[in-house]
Design a protein around this ligand. Structure first.
Ligand SMILES: Cc1cc2nc3c(=O)[nH]c(=O)nc-3n(C[C@H](O)[C@H](O)[C@H](O)COP(=O)(O)OP(=O)(O)OC[C@H]3O[C@@H](n4cnc5c(N)ncnc54)[C@H](O)[C@@H]3O)c2cc1C
Length: 399
């Protein structure tokens, strides 16, 4: 039987698997689909700045096995594209494939400075749990904690704005109000990657929340009691949290194809890796054009979910010699959580502000507690959701 192997069970990998299954059913063809992920969970990474991170992962096996997708909990260590097989960490012998979909996502790319490994981060479920338990352990003993956040981009802003709430939950309101929270970035502005339009609103929200910014400086060194900056200043901090950039998962390096500066594989409009007919890349490991205006997919859940659908659809159609559909995602929005100040929702690549305050917060809550979750339920429920273009299927509120 023809088979598709999917490496990675995040947003892109899971949607690729489900849409590949639905495509095979619609085409009335037999297709074996296997998904390998290093743990039996899809981690809801966009939620990891929120309190109680233990809630933010969804078991994979029940979803996948309900629609006859084989799930293997393991790590893919290498890919041999000429033999068309992948190697697992815990088994000898290779896993053969007719089509491979690489969806192993991204990981934090820490700046190469001494002591950076002592900083906390929110990149993975385990890291978010460590940060959460450190807060619970340390905050009650402190009167005026200092939290230094490295990275004033999307994630840094969200955690900075959430921080007093997190401290209050771990200790009390007085401690949260007395806390000093710093947002540090080497760029001269906050949210540099979000462009100029939303910046005044973000700056006002940070000022209102009494978040100090240290801009235009980089980190020289980090240690357990703070950090040193390139301008010669020292910040004594109880917690240093790293929220700077991401890089594609290193499995991409096993494929001898061109990559961009983030380590993402260059793909054609079908999401096929340049020069490798049987290999597709999707989500955070793929550098793909979203439209004819020259926009490129970002390392975002928004793009990963849609790219995953296209990769699954195209791999399944390609395997049977049927026409594929070029990836297109012209609509682009952002929704930035601003803690107790609500949120900010923008539309388009110029990020024109559409909604703010509690109106935008409701949208953010819907995205985080509903839209980004994979479908669960019966075989019919899951397959109904697994269309190339998302339909208007019903999903239940999860939190
Ligand atoms: C704190 C934080 C906040 C974020 N906020 C937002 C937001 O507000 N909006 C937004 O759109 N995006 C946000 N993102 C980005 C978003 O989470 C990612 O873009 C998205 O998760 C990418 O999906 P993916 O499926 O490509 O990869 P991932 O979600 O990273 O999934 C990859 C999967 O592959 C597995 N894997 C990796 N290597 C192997 C291997 N060798 N073998 C087997 N399995 C492997 C991993 O364990 C993981 O399960 C945020 C990310 C973080 C960390």
């Amino acid at each position: 039987m023809n088979n598709i192997l999917i490496a990675g069970g995040g947003f892109a990998g899971v949607w690729a698997a489900l849409v590949a299954r639905r495509s095979a059913i619609d085409l009335n063809r037999d297709l074996s689909i296997t998904l390998v992920n290093r743990e039996n969970y899809l981690t809801l990474r966009p939620r990891l700045y929120e309190p109680d991170p233990q809630r933010f992962r969804v078991p994979l096996r029940p979803i996948l096995e309900t629609v006859d997708i084989t799930f293997i909990e393991d790590m893919i260590t290498t890919v041999n594209t000429s033999r068309q097989q992948a190697t697992l960490a815990t088994e000898t012998g290779g896993l053969p494939y007719d089509r491979l979909i690489l969806a192993t996502g991204s990981q934090l790319a820490p700046p190469p400075v001494p002591g950076i490994e002592t900083a906390f981060n929110l990149d993975s479920w385990t890291a978010a749990m460590e940060f959460d338990s450190h807060l619970s352990r340390t905050m009650p003993a402190l009167k005026a904690p200092v939290i230094a956040i490295i990275g004033g981009g999307f994630t840094g802003i969200e955690i900075a704005m959430e921080m007093r709430g997190r401290i209050a939950a771990a200790s009390d309101m007085a401690t949260a109000q007395a806390a000093r929270i710093l947002l540090i970035d080497r760029a001269s502005v906050v949210g540099a990657e979000l462009g100029d339009n939303p910046r005044p609103y973000i700056e006002a929200a940070l000022a209102e929340a009494d978040i100090e910014t240290r801009l235009g400086v980089s980190i020289d060194a980090v240690d357990k009691s703070g950090l040193s900056l390139s301008d010669g200043t020292r910040i004594d901090a109880d917690i240093v949290l790293l929220a700077s950039g991401m890089r594609a998962n290193p499995l991409t390096e096993k494929i001898a194809a061109p990559c961009d500066e983030l380590g993402r594989l260059m793909v054609d409009p079908d999401l096929r890796v340049a020069g490798f007919d049987n290999v597709f890349a999707t989500g955070d490991v793929a550098h793909a054009e979203t439209d004819d205006a020259g926009h490129t997919a970002l390392m975002s859940c928004q793009h990963a979910m849609t790219m995953g659908r296209y990769a699954g659809y195209n791999a399944a159609h390609d395997i049977f010699g049927l026409p594929t559909t070029p990836y297109r995602q012209e609509r682009y929005v952002t929704c930035l959580d601003l803690g107790s100040a609500g949120a900010m929702f923008t539309s388009g690549w110029d990020r024109v502000i559409d909604k703010t305050g509690m109106e935008a917060k409701k949208l953010k809550q819907n995205i985080n507690s509903n839209i980004i979750y994979p479908p669960t339920g019966t075989r019919e429920d899951i397959l109904a959701a697994a269309t190339l273009i998302p339909g208007h299927h019903k999903t239940s509120q999860r939190t």
